[in-house]
Design a protein around this ligand. Structure first.
Ligand SMILES: [Zn+2]
Length: 133
């Protein structure tokens, strides 16, 4: 259940998209969960280290570099998500941590999603405008 942050050019909000699998990341077109717009861009960070972070994240997302990730094993996915989080060097929030904890406990990703309907929704407020001035 990979998670990516995107910025939507249509509704100008930062959105988080949860994928069911890494295959979906490759094959499914990302669509803004707020407005349905397709004009979205994956975000990493606004700061100067973006390029290196992005390449690190890309390498993490590359199946060749996943280091034994088993998409069908929640514990494996949980470990990968924790690794991704530490690579990004930022706290992705309590929801993210709860998902990782539950994955690592062996819970089925689908049941986690069903029990957390707010997943994928924008949890931020007006300060969420990632475009700045
Ligand atoms: Zn949008």
């Amino acid at each position: 259940m990979p998670i990516y942050e995107y910025g939507c050019y249509d509704c100008r909000k930062r959105v988080t998209i949860f994928y069911r699998s890494f295959k979906d990341v490759e094959t499914k077109k990302a669509v803004c969960p707020r407005c349905g717009g397709e004009n979205i861009k994956r975000l990493v960070s606004k700061v100067a280290v973006v390029r290196s972070e992005e390449s690190r994240l890309d390498s993490l997302a590359d199946p060749a570099n996943l280091g034994g990730l088993d998409e069908n094993d929640p514990k494996s996915i949980g470990r990968w998500m924790r690794k991704m989080s530490s690579e990004m060097g930022e706290d992705l929030g309590s929801e993210f941590n709860e998902v990782v904890d539950r994955l690592e406990a062996g819970e089925d990703p689908e049941s986690i999603e069903q029990s957390m309907p707010e997943l994928g929704a924008d949890s931020g407020g007006a300060s969420d405008d990632w475009f700045g001035d």
